[in-house]
Design a protein around this ligand. Sequence first.
Ligand SMILES: [Ca+2]
Length: 501
Amino acid sequence: MAEAGALIAAPSCDSLSKLVLPNASISAVQVVPAGEFVQPTGRGPNAPNAGRGPAPSFKDVPAFCRVQATLTPSADSDIKIEVWLPVSGWNGKFQAVGNGGWAGVISYGPLGAAVRRGYAAASTDTGHVGGSASFALGHPEKLTDFAYRAVHETTVAAKAVIANFYGSSPRYSYWNGCSTGGRQGLKEAQRFPADFDGIIAGAPANYQMHLHVWSVAVAQAVHKEPGSYIPPEKYPAIHKAAVEACDALDGLKDGLIQDPTRCHFDPKAIQCAGEDSPACLTAPQVEAARKLYAPVKNSRTGAEIFPGMEPGSELGWAGLAGPNAAAVATDTFTYLVYKDPNWDWHTMNPDTDTARADKIDNGLIDAIDPNLEPFFSHKGKLIMYHGWSDQLIAPGNSVNYYGSVAKKMGSKSGDEIRLFMVPGMAHCAGGEGPNTFDMVSAIEQWVEQGHAPEQIIASHSQSGTVDRTRPLCPYPQVARYKGSGSIDDAANFTCAAPTAP
Ligand SMILES: [Ca+2]
């Protein structure tokens, strides 16, 4: 049965095909009836969502006007964007959603989630197809599109499409992204401070050059010699030992390490006494595991290049410490730094290659500027979050960026930026800790009502049933048990300053 709203709005959706925007062409417009969106499929590794988890469901996405456009801010640009406009029940607001890895695909799942909440939403592929950085070879303008231009241009175009469709501009505009999407959000705050009123930046890959030096260094640590490699069947034993060593340090035995920075677990604790087995580590594996927990440093100056894995992250180590270095990281050197498809990751030298990558990037992709004065002056609010068990981007990176902003902006920063570290959460989602939470409501209440988030309730589910809730606390606060009641109920916890170690 067609919805009345769809029938009324269809003509104006249609008319968007004639909309003229600078450096843009509308390629298709259509009303998608409620629940009928089907994610485009492609072939091979470049297919939308390939290797990025199960395909999202769109069954409960209400009817929307789907606008597809191509943006060409440079002669070499080929930026695909989609703007999804609810045909009825628009909440008057705009939400742009971020990408993962090297992008190269529209983020359909997050678009659907935004429209479900009544948002007009937008996503871009950032100007190339497929999740590799090979597009950048010989295409500096396309690299600029990936680095920041595609997101900004998408935002400008989407706001124009929204104004045209509804007859009014969005009352509030938000960014919502994790990983590369977190980097994109921070880049927006730093470079285009007027684009968004609120930004959610999860587990940001905002120090990409250093992040990828570290990612490759992790692979080098477990491939130093054949005996260094830690087979994944040993991860549970390391994980168990780390959690057992540090669980109680936060005052509560709950299987979670509330603040891993206080945990000084030495994997030598499970070094094999006799026969090698999945329950213990050989001496070279102990050495490799120690390197994974440690930050990567410049061997001459001692300067930290990037923080290490935290205790608790072990179950996800295959992401970077598998049989090969992660392609998302080696691509930075292959296609951006050395521009040599035959570059061998075994040859990376953190001392020299960090400086080389920094020099070549020169702040293009990296988004580490701590000066958020223009964003704060625009009344912008920034929520960051990061799982303490992140296996792909060391969580200390978010602590470092947050700290750099606090140092630069002084006492103002607490009113404009908050960081929520998530015990036991892996990269952007998943993990043993409560890892499902509603950052969109938190940023809405902060931006629209002036209520800064004092805590955000997170939940953990097993087979679709919630088995634990827990407050996430603004860093450096941690969730502290009140001393009575279920440890699986958030009501029995309070956000408090960390106690002295
Ligand atoms: Ca604990």
